[in-house]
Write a protein that binds this ligand. Structure first.
Ligand SMILES: Cc1ncc(COP(=O)(O)O)c(C=O)c1O
Length: 473
Protein backbone atom coordinates (compact mmCIF):
# COMPACT_ATOMS: atom_id res chain seq x y z
CA UNK A 1 0.00 0.00 0.00
CA UNK A 2 1.15 3.52 -0.78
CA UNK A 3 2.31 5.13 2.43
CA UNK A 4 3.58 8.51 1.27
CA UNK A 5 1.46 11.61 1.11
CA UNK A 6 2.26 15.21 0.38
CA UNK A 7 1.41 17.97 2.86
CA UNK A 8 3.12 20.91 1.26
CA UNK A 9 6.19 18.75 1.81
CA UNK A 10 6.42 14.98 1.95
CA UNK A 11 5.15 13.22 5.02
CA UNK A 12 5.60 9.59 5.79
CA UNK A 13 2.24 8.10 6.75
CA UNK A 14 2.65 4.48 7.58
CA UNK A 15 -0.72 2.75 7.54
CA UNK A 16 0.87 -0.64 7.71
CA UNK A 17 1.58 -0.35 11.46
CA UNK A 18 -2.11 0.03 12.24
CA UNK A 19 -3.07 -2.59 9.69
CA UNK A 20 -0.67 -5.04 11.31
CA UNK A 21 -2.50 -4.47 14.60
CA UNK A 22 -5.72 -5.48 12.89
CA UNK A 23 -7.14 -1.99 12.35
CA UNK A 24 -9.33 -1.23 9.38
CA UNK A 25 -8.12 1.24 6.75
CA UNK A 26 -9.85 4.24 8.27
CA UNK A 27 -8.66 3.51 11.81
CA UNK A 28 -5.13 2.87 10.52
CA UNK A 29 -5.13 6.24 8.78
CA UNK A 30 -6.43 7.99 11.90
CA UNK A 31 -3.76 6.25 13.92
CA UNK A 32 -1.01 7.32 11.52
CA UNK A 33 -2.20 10.93 11.54
CA UNK A 34 -2.40 11.03 15.34
CA UNK A 35 1.16 9.73 15.58
CA UNK A 36 2.37 12.31 13.07
CA UNK A 37 0.85 15.11 15.19
CA UNK A 38 2.02 13.60 18.47
CA UNK A 39 5.65 13.20 17.42
CA UNK A 40 5.78 16.66 15.87
CA UNK A 41 6.02 15.72 12.18
CA UNK A 42 2.77 17.57 11.62
CA UNK A 43 2.80 20.84 13.53
CA UNK A 44 -0.12 23.08 14.49
CA UNK A 45 -1.42 25.07 11.56
CA UNK A 46 -0.14 22.65 8.91
CA UNK A 47 -2.67 22.45 6.10
CA UNK A 48 -3.50 18.86 5.16
CA UNK A 49 -4.10 17.63 1.65
CA UNK A 50 -7.71 17.59 0.54
CA UNK A 51 -9.42 14.26 1.18
CA UNK A 52 -9.47 13.69 -2.58
CA UNK A 53 -5.73 14.28 -2.99
CA UNK A 54 -4.73 12.24 0.04
CA UNK A 55 -6.98 9.40 -1.03
CA UNK A 56 -5.33 9.44 -4.43
CA UNK A 57 -1.85 9.47 -2.88
CA UNK A 58 -2.62 6.58 -0.58
CA UNK A 59 -4.65 4.64 -3.12
CA UNK A 60 -7.71 4.44 -0.87
CA UNK A 61 -11.30 5.65 -1.13
CA UNK A 62 -11.93 9.36 -0.65
CA UNK A 63 -14.70 8.62 1.84
CA UNK A 64 -12.28 6.78 4.09
CA UNK A 65 -10.07 9.87 4.28
CA UNK A 66 -13.04 12.24 4.76
CA UNK A 67 -14.35 10.08 7.62
CA UNK A 68 -10.92 9.96 9.24
CA UNK A 69 -10.66 13.77 9.03
CA UNK A 70 -14.14 14.12 10.60
CA UNK A 71 -13.25 11.76 13.42
CA UNK A 72 -9.92 13.50 14.15
CA UNK A 73 -11.65 16.90 14.06
CA UNK A 74 -14.15 15.64 16.62
CA UNK A 75 -11.26 14.48 18.81
CA UNK A 76 -9.60 17.91 18.55
CA UNK A 77 -6.57 16.88 16.52
CA UNK A 78 -7.68 18.71 13.38
CA UNK A 79 -9.81 21.71 12.52
CA UNK A 80 -11.74 22.39 9.33
CA UNK A 81 -12.54 25.87 8.19
CA UNK A 82 -14.61 26.87 5.23
CA UNK A 83 -12.28 27.91 2.47
CA UNK A 84 -9.06 26.92 4.15
CA UNK A 85 -9.46 23.18 4.28
CA UNK A 86 -8.33 20.87 7.08
CA UNK A 87 -5.50 21.88 9.35
CA UNK A 88 -3.69 20.52 12.38
CA UNK A 89 -5.30 22.05 15.46
CA UNK A 90 -3.46 23.82 18.25
CA UNK A 91 -4.91 21.32 20.73
CA UNK A 92 -3.29 18.47 18.91
CA UNK A 93 0.17 19.98 19.17
CA UNK A 94 2.38 17.86 21.37
CA UNK A 95 4.66 19.47 23.94
CA UNK A 96 8.08 20.25 22.43
CA UNK A 97 9.72 16.95 21.60
CA UNK A 98 12.29 15.91 24.21
CA UNK A 99 15.83 16.51 23.00
CA UNK A 100 17.74 13.39 22.05
CA UNK A 101 19.86 11.92 24.83
CA UNK A 102 23.06 13.90 25.37
CA UNK A 103 21.65 17.15 23.96
CA UNK A 104 21.02 19.68 26.70
CA UNK A 105 17.90 21.78 26.17
CA UNK A 106 18.96 25.40 25.91
CA UNK A 107 17.46 27.81 28.40
CA UNK A 108 16.82 31.29 27.02
CA UNK A 109 20.23 32.94 26.76
CA UNK A 110 20.43 36.69 26.58
CA UNK A 111 24.14 37.01 27.30
CA UNK A 112 26.28 34.34 25.72
CA UNK A 113 29.58 34.18 27.58
CA UNK A 114 30.08 30.47 27.09
CA UNK A 115 33.77 29.80 26.44
CA UNK A 116 34.68 27.92 23.29
CA UNK A 117 33.48 30.17 20.51
CA UNK A 118 34.80 33.28 18.82
CA UNK A 119 32.44 36.12 17.93
CA UNK A 120 30.55 34.42 15.11
CA UNK A 121 29.32 37.74 13.75
CA UNK A 122 32.95 38.43 12.79
CA UNK A 123 33.20 35.48 10.41
CA UNK A 124 34.88 36.97 7.32
CA UNK A 125 32.02 36.19 4.99
CA UNK A 126 33.18 38.35 2.08
CA UNK A 127 36.74 37.02 2.16
CA UNK A 128 35.49 33.43 2.55
CA UNK A 129 33.08 33.86 -0.34
CA UNK A 130 35.79 35.32 -2.57
CA UNK A 131 38.14 32.49 -1.58
CA UNK A 132 35.42 29.93 -2.33
CA UNK A 133 34.92 31.44 -5.78
CA UNK A 134 38.61 31.29 -6.54
CA UNK A 135 38.85 27.78 -5.10
CA UNK A 136 35.92 26.52 -7.18
CA UNK A 137 37.10 28.20 -10.34
CA UNK A 138 40.57 26.74 -9.99
CA UNK A 139 39.75 23.30 -8.62
CA UNK A 140 40.60 20.38 -10.88
CA UNK A 141 37.78 17.88 -11.49
CA UNK A 142 39.51 15.32 -9.29
CA UNK A 143 39.02 17.64 -6.29
CA UNK A 144 35.36 16.58 -6.22
CA UNK A 145 36.30 12.97 -5.75
CA UNK A 146 37.80 11.21 -2.77
CA UNK A 147 41.52 11.59 -2.43
CA UNK A 148 44.33 11.45 0.07
CA UNK A 149 42.98 10.95 3.62
CA UNK A 150 45.47 13.60 4.75
CA UNK A 151 43.46 16.16 2.80
CA UNK A 152 44.07 18.48 -0.13
CA UNK A 153 47.69 19.10 -0.95
CA UNK A 154 46.91 22.79 -1.61
CA UNK A 155 45.86 23.26 2.02
CA UNK A 156 48.66 21.13 3.43
CA UNK A 157 51.20 23.26 1.55
CA UNK A 158 49.58 26.49 2.71
CA UNK A 159 49.42 25.24 6.31
CA UNK A 160 53.03 24.05 6.35
CA UNK A 161 54.19 27.56 5.37
CA UNK A 162 51.74 29.34 7.65
CA UNK A 163 52.47 27.22 10.73
CA UNK A 164 56.24 27.58 10.23
CA UNK A 165 55.94 31.34 9.87
CA UNK A 166 53.43 32.04 12.63
CA UNK A 167 53.94 29.27 15.19
CA UNK A 168 57.44 27.99 14.41
CA UNK A 169 56.11 24.50 13.62
CA UNK A 170 58.61 22.25 11.85
CA UNK A 171 56.73 20.09 9.39
CA UNK A 172 56.03 19.53 5.70
CA UNK A 173 52.88 18.80 3.68
CA UNK A 174 53.58 15.05 3.78
CA UNK A 175 53.27 15.00 7.56
CA UNK A 176 50.20 17.21 7.77
CA UNK A 177 46.70 15.79 8.01
CA UNK A 178 43.54 17.85 7.78
CA UNK A 179 40.77 16.69 10.09
CA UNK A 180 37.31 17.67 11.24
CA UNK A 181 38.42 20.04 13.99
CA UNK A 182 40.81 19.32 16.84
CA UNK A 183 38.27 16.99 18.37
CA UNK A 184 38.48 14.53 15.51
CA UNK A 185 42.26 14.93 15.33
CA UNK A 186 42.56 14.03 19.01
CA UNK A 187 40.40 10.94 18.51
CA UNK A 188 42.42 9.81 15.47
CA UNK A 189 45.72 10.13 17.33
CA UNK A 190 44.33 8.38 20.42
CA UNK A 191 43.07 5.45 18.36
CA UNK A 192 46.36 5.21 16.48
CA UNK A 193 48.25 5.21 19.79
CA UNK A 194 45.87 2.60 21.20
CA UNK A 195 46.64 0.35 18.24
CA UNK A 196 50.31 0.74 19.09
CA UNK A 197 49.67 -0.46 22.63
CA UNK A 198 49.31 2.83 24.52
CA UNK A 199 46.69 2.45 27.25
CA UNK A 200 47.07 5.60 29.36
CA UNK A 201 47.18 9.25 28.42
CA UNK A 202 48.16 12.11 30.71
CA UNK A 203 45.91 15.16 30.60
CA UNK A 204 46.04 18.48 32.39
CA UNK A 205 43.94 18.43 35.55
CA UNK A 206 41.65 21.06 34.06
CA UNK A 207 40.46 20.75 30.46
CA UNK A 208 37.41 20.20 28.34
CA UNK A 209 35.26 17.24 29.47
CA UNK A 210 34.15 16.45 25.88
CA UNK A 211 37.80 16.02 24.93
CA UNK A 212 38.36 13.66 27.87
CA UNK A 213 35.35 11.74 26.57
CA UNK A 214 37.03 11.41 23.15
CA UNK A 215 40.11 9.96 24.83
CA UNK A 216 37.93 7.61 26.83
CA UNK A 217 36.05 6.49 23.70
CA UNK A 218 39.38 5.56 22.12
CA UNK A 219 39.91 3.09 24.98
CA UNK A 220 42.53 5.12 26.83
CA UNK A 221 42.58 5.73 30.56
CA UNK A 222 43.67 9.15 31.76
CA UNK A 223 45.92 10.38 34.54
CA UNK A 224 45.84 14.05 35.49
CA UNK A 225 48.90 16.32 35.57
CA UNK A 226 48.74 18.97 38.29
CA UNK A 227 48.70 22.59 37.18
CA UNK A 228 50.12 25.76 38.66
CA UNK A 229 51.06 29.17 37.33
CA UNK A 230 53.84 27.59 35.23
CA UNK A 231 51.38 25.30 33.45
CA UNK A 232 51.24 21.51 33.72
CA UNK A 233 53.74 19.98 36.11
CA UNK A 234 55.30 17.80 33.44
CA UNK A 235 57.80 16.29 35.85
CA UNK A 236 54.82 14.19 36.99
CA UNK A 237 55.09 12.32 33.69
CA UNK A 238 58.26 10.66 34.93
CA UNK A 239 57.23 7.38 36.48
CA UNK A 240 53.57 7.75 35.43
CA UNK A 241 51.88 4.94 33.48
CA UNK A 242 51.16 7.37 30.59
CA UNK A 243 52.38 6.52 27.10
CA UNK A 244 51.35 9.92 25.78
CA UNK A 245 50.23 13.31 27.10
CA UNK A 246 47.95 16.09 25.87
CA UNK A 247 49.07 19.62 26.73
CA UNK A 248 47.92 23.16 25.93
CA UNK A 249 51.37 24.84 26.11
CA UNK A 250 50.61 28.25 24.59
CA UNK A 251 47.56 28.93 26.72
CA UNK A 252 46.26 26.35 29.14
CA UNK A 253 42.54 25.79 28.87
CA UNK A 254 40.81 26.99 30.98
CA UNK A 255 43.29 28.47 33.50
CA UNK A 256 45.03 30.59 30.86
CA UNK A 257 48.66 30.06 31.88
CA UNK A 258 51.54 29.23 29.52
CA UNK A 259 53.68 26.13 29.89
CA UNK A 260 57.04 27.22 31.26
CA UNK A 261 60.03 26.58 28.96
CA UNK A 262 61.70 24.25 31.46
CA UNK A 263 58.52 22.18 31.69
CA UNK A 264 58.30 21.91 27.91
CA UNK A 265 61.87 20.62 27.94
CA UNK A 266 60.99 18.13 30.69
CA UNK A 267 58.02 16.85 28.69
CA UNK A 268 60.09 16.39 25.55
CA UNK A 269 62.89 14.70 27.49
CA UNK A 270 60.30 12.31 28.96
CA UNK A 271 58.94 11.53 25.47
CA UNK A 272 62.45 10.84 24.14
CA UNK A 273 63.43 8.68 27.05
CA UNK A 274 60.25 6.58 27.08
CA UNK A 275 59.16 6.59 23.42
CA UNK A 276 56.14 8.63 24.53
CA UNK A 277 54.16 11.05 22.38
CA UNK A 278 53.08 14.59 23.27
CA UNK A 279 49.95 16.06 21.74
CA UNK A 280 50.12 19.85 21.63
CA UNK A 281 46.66 21.43 21.48
CA UNK A 282 47.39 24.89 20.03
CA UNK A 283 43.74 25.91 19.88
CA UNK A 284 44.24 29.68 20.19
CA UNK A 285 47.98 30.13 19.66
CA UNK A 286 47.51 33.20 17.46
CA UNK A 287 45.72 35.16 20.16
CA UNK A 288 48.36 36.53 22.48
CA UNK A 289 47.97 40.21 23.29
CA UNK A 290 50.81 41.32 25.51
CA UNK A 291 53.72 40.05 23.44
CA UNK A 292 54.72 37.61 20.72
CA UNK A 293 53.47 34.18 21.69
CA UNK A 294 56.01 31.52 22.50
CA UNK A 295 56.45 29.29 19.46
CA UNK A 296 54.98 25.80 19.34
CA UNK A 297 56.49 23.14 21.62
CA UNK A 298 56.49 20.85 18.59
CA UNK A 299 59.60 22.61 17.27
CA UNK A 300 61.57 21.07 20.15
CA UNK A 301 61.09 17.62 18.65
CA UNK A 302 58.80 17.11 15.64
CA UNK A 303 59.26 13.36 15.98
CA UNK A 304 57.87 13.29 19.52
CA UNK A 305 55.19 15.99 19.38
CA UNK A 306 51.93 15.96 17.46
CA UNK A 307 51.04 19.59 16.79
CA UNK A 308 47.26 20.12 16.58
CA UNK A 309 45.64 23.30 15.30
CA UNK A 310 42.09 24.34 14.48
CA UNK A 311 40.09 27.02 12.72
CA UNK A 312 37.56 26.91 15.58
CA UNK A 313 38.82 30.12 17.22
CA UNK A 314 40.51 31.84 14.30
CA UNK A 315 37.46 31.49 12.01
CA UNK A 316 34.52 29.47 13.33
CA UNK A 317 33.96 26.16 15.12
CA UNK A 318 31.21 25.24 12.66
CA UNK A 319 33.71 24.93 9.83
CA UNK A 320 35.06 21.77 11.44
CA UNK A 321 38.56 22.29 10.10
CA UNK A 322 41.60 21.25 12.07
CA UNK A 323 45.06 19.96 11.29
CA UNK A 324 47.73 17.70 12.71
CA UNK A 325 51.47 17.97 12.11
CA UNK A 326 52.52 14.41 12.78
CA UNK A 327 55.75 12.69 13.75
CA UNK A 328 56.84 10.61 10.70
CA UNK A 329 56.10 7.31 12.40
CA UNK A 330 52.49 8.33 13.12
CA UNK A 331 51.62 9.49 9.59
CA UNK A 332 50.51 6.07 8.32
CA UNK A 333 48.65 4.98 11.49
CA UNK A 334 46.76 8.29 11.75
CA UNK A 335 45.94 8.25 8.01
CA UNK A 336 44.50 4.80 8.55
CA UNK A 337 42.29 6.09 11.34
CA UNK A 338 41.17 9.03 9.19
CA UNK A 339 40.30 6.64 6.36
CA UNK A 340 38.23 4.61 8.82
CA UNK A 341 36.54 7.68 10.30
CA UNK A 342 35.37 9.44 7.15
CA UNK A 343 37.81 9.00 4.29
CA UNK A 344 38.86 12.63 4.19
CA UNK A 345 37.65 16.05 5.23
CA UNK A 346 35.50 18.15 2.87
CA UNK A 347 37.58 19.18 -0.15
CA UNK A 348 35.85 22.46 -0.91
CA UNK A 349 36.33 23.91 2.56
CA UNK A 350 39.95 22.84 2.43
CA UNK A 351 40.55 24.51 -0.92
CA UNK A 352 38.81 27.63 0.34
CA UNK A 353 40.95 27.79 3.47
CA UNK A 354 44.06 27.29 1.33
CA UNK A 355 42.99 30.29 -0.77
CA UNK A 356 42.24 32.35 2.32
CA UNK A 357 45.70 31.66 3.73
CA UNK A 358 47.71 32.16 0.55
CA UNK A 359 45.88 35.40 -0.30
CA UNK A 360 46.82 36.90 3.08
CA UNK A 361 43.16 37.30 4.06
CA UNK A 362 43.53 34.79 6.90
CA UNK A 363 46.38 36.81 8.43
CA UNK A 364 44.43 40.01 8.03
CA UNK A 365 41.37 38.49 9.70
CA UNK A 366 43.47 37.23 12.60
CA UNK A 367 45.16 40.58 13.08
CA UNK A 368 41.79 42.34 13.22
CA UNK A 369 40.32 39.71 15.53
CA UNK A 370 43.33 39.93 17.83
CA UNK A 371 42.77 43.66 18.25
CA UNK A 372 39.10 43.16 18.94
CA UNK A 373 39.56 40.40 21.51
CA UNK A 374 42.36 42.29 23.20
CA UNK A 375 40.01 45.24 23.57
CA UNK A 376 37.34 42.95 24.99
CA UNK A 377 39.73 41.49 27.54
CA UNK A 378 40.90 44.97 28.57
CA UNK A 379 37.28 46.07 28.94
CA UNK A 380 36.44 43.02 31.03
CA UNK A 381 39.34 43.70 33.37
CA UNK A 382 38.60 47.43 33.60
CA UNK A 383 34.90 46.95 34.30
CA UNK A 384 35.54 44.30 36.94
CA UNK A 385 38.23 46.46 38.55
CA UNK A 386 35.70 49.22 38.86
CA UNK A 387 32.55 47.33 39.78
CA UNK A 388 33.84 44.15 41.41
CA UNK A 389 37.45 44.79 42.44
CA UNK A 390 37.51 41.72 44.67
CA UNK A 391 37.22 39.44 41.59
CA UNK A 392 40.55 38.16 40.27
CA UNK A 393 41.03 37.57 36.53
CA UNK A 394 43.69 34.92 36.17
CA UNK A 395 45.87 33.86 33.25
CA UNK A 396 47.72 35.47 30.41
CA UNK A 397 46.55 38.33 28.25
CA UNK A 398 45.59 35.88 25.53
CA UNK A 399 42.80 33.85 24.02
CA UNK A 400 39.05 34.32 24.08
CA UNK A 401 38.18 33.27 27.62
CA UNK A 402 39.22 34.02 31.18
CA UNK A 403 38.83 32.54 34.61
CA UNK A 404 37.27 34.86 37.18
CA UNK A 405 38.07 33.90 40.76
CA UNK A 406 35.50 35.12 43.23
CA UNK A 407 36.38 36.17 46.77
CA UNK A 408 35.96 33.78 49.70
CA UNK A 409 32.38 33.71 50.92
CA UNK A 410 30.90 34.05 47.43
CA UNK A 411 28.18 31.74 46.17
CA UNK A 412 29.23 28.20 45.28
CA UNK A 413 29.66 27.39 41.62
CA UNK A 414 26.40 25.49 41.26
CA UNK A 415 24.48 28.39 42.83
CA UNK A 416 26.32 30.78 40.51
CA UNK A 417 25.23 28.72 37.52
CA UNK A 418 21.63 28.81 38.71
CA UNK A 419 21.77 32.57 39.23
CA UNK A 420 23.45 33.01 35.85
CA UNK A 421 20.64 31.10 34.22
CA UNK A 422 18.14 33.31 35.97
CA UNK A 423 19.95 36.39 34.62
CA UNK A 424 19.99 34.87 31.13
CA UNK A 425 23.80 34.44 31.12
CA UNK A 426 25.43 31.33 29.79
CA UNK A 427 28.95 30.66 31.00
CA UNK A 428 30.92 27.88 32.63
CA UNK A 429 32.55 27.19 35.97
CA UNK A 430 35.97 25.84 36.76
CA UNK A 431 34.72 22.68 38.42
CA UNK A 432 33.08 21.62 35.14
CA UNK A 433 36.56 21.45 33.62
CA UNK A 434 38.17 19.47 36.44
CA UNK A 435 39.26 15.90 35.71
CA UNK A 436 37.05 13.53 37.72
CA UNK A 437 40.01 12.02 39.58
CA UNK A 438 41.10 15.41 40.93
CA UNK A 439 39.97 16.65 44.33
CA UNK A 440 39.37 20.40 44.56
CA UNK A 441 41.79 22.24 46.82
CA UNK A 442 40.19 22.80 50.25
CA UNK A 443 40.68 26.57 49.88
CA UNK A 444 39.47 26.63 46.24
CA UNK A 445 37.46 29.74 45.40
CA UNK A 446 34.40 29.74 43.22
CA UNK A 447 35.55 30.50 39.70
CA UNK A 448 33.71 31.31 36.50
CA UNK A 449 35.03 30.50 33.04
CA UNK A 450 33.91 33.36 30.83
CA UNK A 451 34.09 33.45 27.04
CA UNK A 452 34.52 37.17 26.44
CA UNK A 453 35.12 36.49 22.77
CA UNK A 454 31.69 34.93 22.25
CA UNK A 455 29.22 37.86 22.11
CA UNK A 456 29.04 40.27 19.22
CA UNK A 457 30.41 43.79 19.73
CA UNK A 458 26.88 45.06 20.12
CA UNK A 459 25.95 42.47 22.74
CA UNK A 460 29.19 42.68 24.72
CA UNK A 461 28.48 45.73 26.96
CA UNK A 462 25.16 44.30 28.18
CA UNK A 463 26.80 40.91 28.75
CA UNK A 464 29.53 42.57 30.84
CA UNK A 465 26.92 44.40 32.82
CA UNK A 466 25.03 41.20 33.54
CA UNK A 467 28.28 39.48 34.50
CA UNK A 468 29.02 42.23 37.03
CA UNK A 469 25.58 41.72 38.53
CA UNK A 470 26.27 38.00 38.83
CA UNK A 471 29.67 38.26 40.50
CA UNK A 472 28.36 40.78 43.03
CA UNK A 473 25.41 38.62 44.16
C1 LIG B 1 41.04 23.57 24.66
C2 LIG B 1 40.43 23.50 23.30
N1 LIG B 1 41.01 22.75 22.36
C3 LIG B 1 40.51 22.66 21.12
C4 LIG B 1 39.37 23.32 20.76
C5 LIG B 1 38.85 23.23 19.35
O1 LIG B 1 38.15 22.09 19.10
P1 LIG B 1 37.52 21.86 17.64
O2 LIG B 1 38.57 22.24 16.65
O3 LIG B 1 37.19 20.41 17.60
O4 LIG B 1 36.31 22.73 17.53
C6 LIG B 1 38.73 24.10 21.69
C7 LIG B 1 37.47 24.78 21.33
O5 LIG B 1 36.66 25.14 22.14
C8 LIG B 1 39.27 24.20 22.99
O6 LIG B 1 38.69 24.98 23.92
Amino acid sequence: MESWATFGGDLHLDLSAGRARGLGLRAALEDALRSAVRDGRLTAGTRLLSSRALAADLGIARNTVAEAYTQLSAEGWLTSRQGSGTMVAERGTPPAAAPPPGVRPKPAVRHDLMPGSPDLSRFPRAAWLAATRRALAGAPHEAFGLGDPRGRIELRRALADYLARVRGVRTDPERLLVCSGYTQGLGLVCRALHEEGVRTLAVEEYGLPPQRAVIDAAGLATVALPLDEGGARTEALLGSPAGAAVLTPAHQFPTGVALRASRRATAVAWARATGGILIEDDYDGEFRYDRQPLGAMQALDPDRVVYAGTAAKSLAPGLRLGWLALPSRLVEPVMRQKRLADGQSGALEQLTLAELITSGDYDRHIRRSRLQYRKRRDQLIAVLAERAPEVRVTGLSAGLSAVLELPPGSLGEQDLLRQAQWLGISLSVLSWCRAPSVEPAPDARSALVVGYGTPSDRAFPAALDALCTLVRL
